[in-house]
Design a protein around this ligand. Structure first.
Ligand SMILES: [Zn+2]
Length: 81
């Protein structure tokens, strides 16, 4: 079991636990010493930027287009056969 404040091998961060849910997190050693870290990203999700949201919407739209054209392509092959 990891303890809070333990160095994480291969990382400049140390182990800390979310004050709200106990989820293991990585925080910098300095932030850990000062207690200067917040909840995990589950309890306190970083606010998505407008650009991130727009990109997610675009991805969804593209996925829809993709499966739609694939269906059409299969249908046209079936028609041709
Ligand atoms: Zn949490």
């Amino acid at each position: 079991m990891e303890r809070a404040g333990e160095a994480i091998p291969g990382s400049k961060y140390v182990r800390a636990f979310c004050p709200s849910c106990g989820e293991p997190m990585r925080v910098s050693a300095a932030a850990f010493r000062l207690g200067n870290y917040g909840d995990c990203s589950t309890c306190e999700p970083p606010e998505p930027s407008a650009a991130t949201l727009a990109a997610a919407e675009r991805r969804q739209a593209n996925d829809g287009d993709y499966s739609g054209s694939w269906d059409n392509a299969v249908r046209s092959l079936e028609d041709a056969g």
